[in-house]
Design a protein. Structure first.
Length: 217
């Protein structure tokens, strides 16, 4: 049975987090199709990984058989996180926009799993082609043609880091205007926001079902 790697990053709980709600929809559909499958779950808000330190960086550029005990210990978490990514048949990532870009916890995870010569930096990486769905929620509107289009550093960054860097096959689900119901200044956008969220749930369920069908074939 296939393995799903599910990563949540929102600092908000499920009942108030758009990204968690949409990843939950994806996962519910995925598990309905694969009730006996494996889900590797990491909540980087509740259990963040540490920022990358010098020894862990050095270990990534040193052959494993040349690791000293210090390098081996420093590399252990990177090896574990990269191993989870390599084990996954599909990846689901929540990436809410914080101050125009991804949560720092997600960046820390990326810094650990991007290992040159293994998961990255080669024409064919150990994770090349793994289907990946990113739920990129945001409180405002940053789509093409909007006044804040140039402020969007989530999908463009992750498209490069996950797609070009790791070789993953990345698709995005983008619920926008998620603050419309809590921000009086956005009251006239509530209907648009609700439609965006509904579409995001539909897309997440559809992508989960399509991926499930691919692995069942």
């Amino acid at each position: 049975m296939p393995t799903l790697l599910h990563i949540d990053t929102s600092v908000s709980p499920l009942e108030s987090s758009a990204s968690r709600a949409v990843t939950a929809t994806f996962r519910k559909e995925w598990e309905a199709q694969h009730p006996n499958g494996t889900v590797i779950y990491r909540d980087l808000a509740a259990d963040p990984v540490p920022h990358l330190e010098g020894l862990a960086v050095a270990a990534g550029f040193t052959a494993p058989d040349q690791h000293t005990p210090e390098l081996r210990a420093a590399f252990a978490l990177r090896d574990t996180l990269a191993g989870e990514l390599e084990q996954a048949d599909a990846v689901l990532i929540a990436a809410p926009m914080y101050n125009f870009t991804i949560p720092s916890t997600l960046k820390a995870w990326l810094d650990h799993v991007i290992i040159m010569g293994r998961t990255a930096g080669a024409e064919q990486t150990t994770v090349s082609g793994t289907p990946t769905v990113v739920v990129a929620s945001r409180g405002g509107g940053y789509g093409p043609g909007t006044p804040r289009e140039s402020f969007e550093f989530v999908t463009n960054f992750l498209g490069k880091a996950l797609g070009d860097g790791l070789g993953l096959d990345v698709e995005f689900v983008v619920p926008e205007l998620t603050m419309a119901r809590s921000n009086p200044a956005m009251a006239d956008l509530v209907d648009v926001a609700d439609a965006s969220m509904a579409k995001a749930h539909e897309e997440a369920a559809a992508k989960a079902k399509a991926l499930a069908a691919r692995f069942a074939a």
